[in-house]
Design a protein around this ligand. Structure first.
Ligand code: SF4
Ligand code: MSK
Length: 645
């Protein structure tokens, strides 16, 4: 690898990652080196045509005015490709949600080792939303019934998913009008796959209507189930301080990295890091203790509730191994690079897969089953401890770490704004109405090795808070911000005057970390609560809000973007084109067409400055429509004026 520092800075904005890239051996293969040697296929990435492999007469490469063997056009194939990505993304989130529902049922029956219901209040609310009659039933009876209802959402055949009733009334009517109300989570995914099979649905708009229905079954179904049950079992997050980046690896401790998306086993591993017997065992091997840290969304889950340090996001996973300090990396599902299998062979690191759904050549498989959580977690920690003395590379931990505050749930946001007895979104709505907050922007999603790691996330977040936009984040985007040090209350100094005044009054950072990828469902709930609070229209599409996935990579991001658009939000994707780029017909459907029907849209904008301008324009147009576009002076009221009010 070329050690030209400027070229390395083109690969990543993360100082710790650059530091490691400077020091790696020349022949070492990483996602960054592979991004240089393997160029994206222009047809596969839909930049100059599309590729269809949906039957054995293909693959067919189709451009404008050409067609596949069956006659399929550019528009049809583009729509089908996007729809299949959305189905895959929705099924990833939803299968995760299903496992959480299954875990809740086993916990209620006392069969999930080491687990119990931690947030009973949230359980009651969740159960009520699913139509469970709580009566004088015990907590475990309610949990069992709620889990069964949640699992039934996956196989439901008709009617509407219960949780969509949490959306504003007007939004539900729009979904009914356009026949996109999700019926059952599995049903929508299966129908999507059927309709994109060779020779079925050929009308791009009709295909994309089902894509919307599928994405809605993720956001208001599978993902929401995942978030709610994780809070019930492991606690609804409240703000906590933590530190981020590779500098949180400890040279003299047994380092265990948790990576993937499922929280269960990792929550238990993190809890056991202080177990006296295990710590003594680690000390007997010459280590000072056990250090559990995380990557990607498993990290986000355990960060939100236990404050464990996230040492990086998607593009940092190989870097962690290359520090030579990781005894064991335990992975569950999603966003785990296959390269880890080969890479860990060069180091002493043990790679452990824990889900029956994800095995990786080169990894040791130690399967998590709900009944063996604590036993398995202890075994995994012992494997890590035993590996401490096998370190063979010089330990190279970049001395880079940042303070951060995470742990914002919609429940906590209500509470922090109104206090324990008057919790409400009113102060937030008032802040938006009087212009101190110009709008809310969700900057979410992945990293993508085709663009500079974290660069767009960091640029957008800084620009937005400077201009008085409150930023909410999840997933790898949140970790990018944490690593660049602006996820602390002190970062309010970078915020505009209006946003700063609110951050100072409430004591929050200008950027709120809401959790993992499935926790994008929290943003739907917050948007619905803001509408319900009043004063900002009667639907999510009225809100001065937008979503951005500036460095998207995963199919889940496409599902998330689509359920936000279908919920009435303007969504911009940056970095790599979304898989419809060569079809003007499909681009028109998901922008202008969806805007007319759903009040939200999905758009790819390659230039990051233009993307920022567009998002701001969209929000300012919403402010104009709400007649709140004129910044009001803040009036400090005396007692008399308050009484008059
Ligand atoms: Fe080609 Fe049509 Fe088969 Fe696609 S479905 S591979 S366009 S023949
Ligand atoms: S981990 S889906 S790279 S955000 Fe949720 Fe990060 Fe994207 Fe995976």
């Amino acid at each position: 690898m070329n050690k030209d520092i400027e070229k390395i800075a083109d690969l990543s904005s993360d100082e710790a990652v650059c530091n490691l890239l400077e020091n790696i051996e020349d022949e070492q293969s990483t996602v960054f080196t592979r991004s240089k040697s393997l160029k994206p296929c222009p047809i596969g990435s839909s930049v100059s045509g599309v590729c269809c492999k949906n039957c054995g007469m293909g693959p067919c490469r189709v451009r404008e005015n050409t067609e596949g063997l069956c006659g399929a056009t550019l528009g049809t194939i583009s729509a089908r490709n996007l729809a299949r990505h959305i189905a895959a993304g929705a099924s990833a989130h939803s299968d995760h949600g299903r496992d959480m529902a299954h875990l809740l049922a086993l916990t209620a029956e006392g069969k999930a080792e080491g687990l119990k219901i931690k947030d009973e209040l949230k359980l009651f609310r969740f159960a009520k939303n699913l139509g469970v009659n709580t009566g004088d039933k015990s907590v475990n009876e309610i949990a069992k019934e709620a889990a069964e209802k949640a699992m039934a959402l996956f196989g439901q055949q008709t009617g509407a998913l219960d949780l969509i009733k949490l959306a504003p009334k007007k939004r539900q009517e729009i979904w009914e009008k356009y026949k996109v109300v999700p019926r059952g989570i599995d049903r929508e995914v299966v129908e999507m796959m059927h309709r994109t099979h060779m020779g079925v649905d050929q009308d791009p708009e009709n295909i994309l209507n089902q894509a919307i229905r599928t994405a809605l079954s993720d956001g208001w179904g599978g993902s929401m189930v995942g978030t709610e049950i994780t809070d019930i079992l492991f606690n609804t997050p409240v703000p906590l301080a933590a530190k981020a980046n590779l500098g949180m690896l400890q040279a003299s401790e047994v380092n265990i990295v948790i990576h993937g998306h499922e929280p269960t086993l990792s929550e238990i591993i993190a809890e056991l890091a202080d177990d006296k017997e295990l710590v003594d065992y680690a000390k007997a091997k010459g280590a000072n203790g056990i250090n559990v840290v995380g990557i990607c969304c498993t990290a986000n889950e355990v960060l939100m509730r236990q404050g464990i340090a996230p040492i990086g996001n998607f593009l940092s996973q190989e870097m962690a191994i290359m520090t030579g300090a990781v005894e064991l990396m335990v992975v569950d599902i999603q966003c785990i690079m296959q390269s880890l299998g080969e890479l860990t062979k060069r180091y002493h690191t043990k790679l452990v897969t824990s889900s029956p759904k994800c095995k990786i050549p080169g990894a040791i498989h130690m399967e998590f089953q709900e009944v063996n959580g604590v036993t398995l977690a202890k075994e995994i920690i012992k494997v890590a401890i035993d590996n401490y003395t096998n370190r063979k590379h010089k330990v190279c931990i970049p001395d880079v770490k940042s303070d951060m505050v995470a742990g914002f749930s919609h429940e906590y946001i209500r509470y922090m704004l109104g206090g324990r007895f008057r919790e409400s979104f009113r102060p937030l709505n008032d802040g938006i109405i009087d212009g101190r907050i110009q709008g809310i922007v969700a900057v979410v999603g992945c990293n993508n090795a085709r663009i500079t790691h974290d660069k767009y996330h960091n640029f957008l977040v800084k620009e937005l808070i400077k201009k008085d936009y409150l930023v909410v984040q999840t997933g790898c985007g949140a970790l990018a911000t944490a690593k660049c040090g602006i996820m602390t209350p002190e970062a309010m100094e970078y915020a505009g005057e209006g946003l700063r005044s609110i951050c100072e009054a409430v004591g929050i950072p200008p950027v709120l970390h809401l959790g993992s990828c499935v926790d994008n469902s929290r943003i739907l709930t917050i948007a619905s609560e803001i509408v319900r609070e009043g004063g900002l229209g009667d639907d999510i599409s009225d809100l001065p809000a937008a979503g951005i996935a500036p460095e998207w990579m995963s199919e889940k991001a496409l599902s998330i973007g689509t359920y936000f658009a279908a919920s009435g939000v303007y969504v911009a994707f940056g970095g790599q084109p979304i898989p419809v780029e060569s079809s003007e017909e499909v681009k028109n459907i998901i922008t202008n067409g969806w805007q007319q029907k759903f009040g939200g849209q999905l758009e790819y904008i390659s230039d990051i400055d233009q993307l920022l301008d567009k998002v701001i324009n969209v929000i300012q147009e919403k402010r104009k429509a709400l007649k709140i576009d004129i910044k009001k002076e803040r009036v400090l009221m005396d007692m008399e004026a308050r009484r008059a009010l």
